[in-house]
Design a binder for this molecule. Structure first.
Ligand code: ZN
Length: 135
C-alpha cells in the first residue's frame, strides 16, 4: 500500500511557545491548533505547509517518549508520518514483512487520526508513523 503524502513531520521541542514563535515569525507559518495528547504525554502545535503539516511536540512529562527523546538527543526532528488509505492494513503489511512495530494496531493520535509507529530499528533509523483519517 502506497502512502498518498507526508501527513506531517514531527519535531520534538523543549519550549513550545518559543518554537511556535519561530515558525510564525521567521518561517511565516500560522499555528492553527494546539492540543494536549495525555496518552502520549505531549502538547502539540500544528502548522500547514501545503498538504503536509509540521507537528511540534513538547513533553508534559520527563518520562514520556518525547521527554526521553529530548533528554537523550536534544530537540529536533522526531518522526515522519505517512498518510495511507488504511493504517491498520499498512501496519499489518509491515509486520508480515518482518518489521518491528511499536503499535500492532492503530490508536487515536492528535487531530483524531488513527496512528501507529514502526520501530526505528526496522526503518533505517527513522521513527515512522503510519496514519489515516478514517472515522
Ligand atoms: Zn506524529
Amino acid at each position: 500500500m502506497k502512502p498518498t503524502h507526508i501527513e506531517h513531520i514531527g519535531i520534538a521541542v523543549d519550549n513550545l511557545e518559543e518554537s511556535i514563535k519561530y515558525h510564525e515569525e521567521v518561517l511565516g507559518l500560522e499555528c492553527y491548533g494546539v492540543e494536549e495528547v495525555p496518552d502520549q504525554k505531549v502538547k502539540t502545535a500544528f502548522f500547514k505547509v501545503g498538504d503536509t503539516k509540521i507537528e511540534l511536540l513538547e513533553s508534559t512529562d520527563p518520562d514520556g517518549p518525547i521527554g526521553k527523546f529530548v533528554a537523550k538527543k536534544g530537540p529536533g526532528i522526531h518522526h515522519m508520518a505517512y498518510a495511507v488509505p488504511d493504517a491498520a492494513a499498512k501496519l499489518k503489511e509491515a509486520q508480515e514483512k518482518g518489521l518491528r512495530v511499536i503499535d500492532k494496531e492503530p490508536r487515536k493520535g492528535a487531530e483524531g487520526l488513527n496512528i501507529g509507529f514502526l520501530h526505528p530499528k526496522s526503518t533505517h533509523g527513522v521513527l515512522t508513523e503510519i496514519c489515516d483519517h478514517k472515522e
